[in-house]
Design a binder for this molecule. Structure first.
Ligand SMILES: [Zn+2]
Ligand SMILES: [Zn+2]
Length: 735
């Protein structure tokens, strides 16, 4: 079997590496080590973040001048002690409007934040008044405050028109009536015209707080004063014009919103929620379905077999197994805590299944994959309403006459992450994308005029650890999506098919705790969290948050990736300064920071990956691709050579290489079990000059890099210490 590396260097490297990895595999009969590895970790999921303690200040102050799309906290008391709040009621399985004054967790704070929107903007309902607004909970943008027959204020589900026959959707339009909140109009959904229609019989009422309820009264004298505070002191929710995510200050587009999708199946009818998808998958692979101890064990064992088989054939997995297993586990933990997807249900998974497959192509080459069956939805709020210039719905040729996409729906994708190390390319153009078209070719630019940003597929190029697609940094007119004002504060937007996807790293933009990954994820870690996988099989980690992280000094290449220590080549999110160009004059008018998730070009060699970029579920029926996604009847037992003897690796510390060295050298060591490890460097008089490793490490071989740039020539000692083993060796720095 051939190794498909393009450069000689890489080939030599990989052959050397293969020899080592055989031993690693044989030692890897220890299962579950992946969960002990400090570095193979994903970000905290949104639900856990909601339930963790609020670290920002919960600071409220009077705000009299309110504007559409402001995020506000409402209070019925002068001192902001009684706040409007939404809660999920487990017994009634519904959202209720309540009041609350005890803020401990992120959830407590976020449940008191509401967005107000001008009636015109959100409903396309004709009204000339700019004073009328609707009130939506931040965490549940598809709900609005309405009322019931008993005049209680309640949350009304404005969006799921098709799914709930029992409830007539409606909402209230409020105005600020000199300190009182007046429900001036009511809009009721009319299924005949499929629009919200003003209720002609509605009589103005005012909000009243009494005992433990919020209600409406016809008598203004009985009303309660309502105060507003902006929420920005607690969470940075604003997408400011002139900011990194809208550097050209593109104005908020007033095109009508694309209509809520019609004839969309509900979550309960969705292919991934019913047996529809499951019936198409081979019974063998289905043993890895759903997150439970048994399926996890099946996934681990099958991945072990894949690795063993690759080694038998002189090939290898690109990363240690723990990275795939940890990624799988985190994908399966992701559930939604925010009603921000049209036909989703609270608490549903964002990813249905993650399983490993392996099949051979017509030439007898094996291709193992991690298959991700995803709904392509995020866990938290998407802030789509705040995007300045979202993509049009494509209904006409001109943006001005199109509706724009501010609604996200459940999708159905089957993504394949190649597990085998297919090698890397040197130049972006070494990968042939002609079959798919590139962003550059789409606007008539040739390959030799392209760069890593423009030489990107027109389609999604990877998947985030919440199961949502990632597109390159550029949009399809070769503009950075952020510079075009197209994305939300979380780096996301919806395309024409109403599918969500990331274009940028919202974490770096505002670090407000509501992003794909957040500052809290770095606590006690030595490398950034895993946040995605590219379809070329390369892992994506979060940005370098501080210089103490491993690999900080290893510059990212033009693909946005690098290699250091134990880590095979991987991508990182990063920020870089880009020019603002005036599209009319072609003049550079300034610069901004673009926060990249993916540059665009593939660094992984994609030449022999079957079904690259194909994410449609029709793959399970495809004569060519069904076997790679585990289609029914496609499983073939992996022909393992059972005569291979299991070797046990010992603790050891190898001589550094090169030695003597200037200025850096590599130190390899082996661990027979997962353990706490320190690797320290001392000078010749025994003073510690550097700590290279101080963390939990999995069993296997590891490499640390010692960079002695700031040190003078001489003999140095390096010492490896674990609770069961210690050894010291000498090395020589000659400058
Ligand atoms: Zn896009
Ligand atoms: Zn790194």
């Amino acid at each position: 079997m051939n190794l498909t590396f393009n450069s000689k260097n890489l080939q030599m490297y990989s052959i050397k590496y293969c020899a080592i990895i055989i031993i690693i595999y044989l030692a890897a009969s220890i299962t579950n080590v992946y969960s002990q590895n400090n570095e193979a970790y994903g970000p905290k999921n949104f639900k856990d973040r909601l339930n963790s303690e609020l670290t920002n200040n919960f600071h409220l102050s009077d705000q009299s001048d309110i504007q559409s799309r402001d995020y506000l906290v409402f209070s019925t008391s002068e001192s902001f002690e009684l706040l409007f709040r939404i809660e999920f009621n487990d017994s009634t399985n519904s959202l209720i409007l309540d009041y609350y004054n005890n803020i401990i967790t992120n959830r407590d704070a976020l449940e008191t934040i509401f967005q107000i929107t001008n009636l015109d903007l959100i409903n396309n309902v004709e009204t000339t008044s700019i004073d009328l607004f609707t009130i939506q909970p931040l965490l549940h943008s598809y709900f609005s405050i309405g009322s019931n027959d008993s005049n209680e204020l309640i949350l009304k589900d404005r969006a799921t028109i098709e799914f709930d026959a029992n409830e007539v959707p409606s909402f209230l339009a409020f105005e600020d009536d000199s300190g009182y909140l007046k429900a001036a109009e009511q809009y009721v959904y009319n299924s005949t015209v499929q629009l919200y229609v003003k209720n002609p019989d509605w009589v103005s009422k005012w909000v009243k707080h009494m005992d433990s309820s919020l209600s409406l009264t016809l008598d203004k004298n009985l009303a309660t004063t309502v105060k507003y505070s902006n929420a920005y002191n607690t969470f940075d929710l604003r997408l400011e014009t002139g900011s990194d995510f809208n550097p050209k200050s593109i104005t908020w587009q007033t095109n009508p919103f694309a209509q809520y999708p019609t004839n969309t199946s509900s979550y309960y009818q969705h292919a991934f929620s019913t047996d529809q998808f499951s019936n198409d998958i081979d019974v063998f692979y289905k043993q890895q379905f759903r997150e439970n101890a048994e399926s996890e064990q099946n996934a681990i064992e099958y991945l072990d077999s894949i690795e063993k088989f690759l080694i038998q054939n002189g090939e290898k997995l690109r990363y240690q197994k723990e990275y795939y297993l940890s990624f799988r586990e985190r994908l399966l933990q992701s559930t939604i805590s925010s009603s921000d997807i049209y036909n989703a249900e609270l608490d549903q998974h964002t990813v249905s299944e993650v399983y490993f497959t392996m099949a051979y192509d017509s030439e007898g080459n094996y291709h193992p994959f991690m298959v991700i069956a995803t709904y392509n939805i995020s866990e938290g709020p998407n802030f789509l309403i705040d995007v300045a210039r979202p993509p049009g719905d494509g209904s006409t040729n001109s943006y001005e006459t199109q509706s724009i996409t501010r609604n996200a729906t459940l999708a159905t994708h089957l993504m394949k992450i190649p597990l085998k190390d297919y090698g890397l390319v040197d130049q972006f153009s070494d990968n042939d994308l002609s079959e798919f078209g590139t962003l550059a070719s789409d606007v008539g630019i040739s390959v030799d005029q392209s760069d890593e940003y423009s030489y990107a597929s027109l389609r999604d190029m990877g998947v985030a650890i919440d199961g949502v697609k990632i597109y390159p940094s550029y949009n399809n007119t070769l503009n950075f999506a952020s510079a075009a004002g197209e994305i939300s504060i979380t780096g996301i937007h919806v395309g024409r098919g109403m599918d969500l996807h990331y274009h940028a790293d919202g974490h770096a933009y505002n670090g407000n705790g509501l992003n794909l990954y957040n500052a809290v994820d770095y606590d006690g870690r030595t490398h950034a969290p895993m946040i995605g996988f590219s379809y070329d099989g390369i892992l994506l980690f979060g940005r370098y948050e501080n210089e103490s992280l491993e690999g900080f000094n290893e510059t990212l290449d033009t693909f946005g990736g690098h290699q250091h220590g134990d880590y095979a080549y991987h991508y990182h999110a990063f920020s870089s300064e880009k020019e603002i160009v005036d599209t009319r004059t072609n003049q550079i008018t300034g610069s901004f920071m673009h926060h990249h998730l993916f540059v665009g070009a593939f660094k992984g060699n994609i030449a022999s990956i079957p079904g690259l970029l194909e994410t449609n579920t029709s793959q399970v029926k495809s004569a060519e691709l069904a076997k790679y996604v585990g289609g029914d009847g496609t499983y073939i037992p992996i022909p393992l050579n059972n005569d291979v003897e299991l070797l046990i690796i010992d603790f050891s510390l190898e001589q550094n290489y090169p030695n003597p060295f200037n200025p850096s050298t590599q130190i390899k060591y082996a661990l027979s079990e997962a353990t706490q490890v320190t690797l320290e460097v001392f000078n010749s008089v025994g003073q510690k000059v550097m700590e290279l490793v101080n963390t939990q490490k999995p069993a296997g071989y590891h490499t640390a890099t010692f960079d002695a740039s700031g040190l003078s020539s001489g003999v140095y000692l390096y010492k490896l210490t674990t609770p069961l083993f210690a050894e010291t060796k000498k090395m020589l720095l000659i400058k």
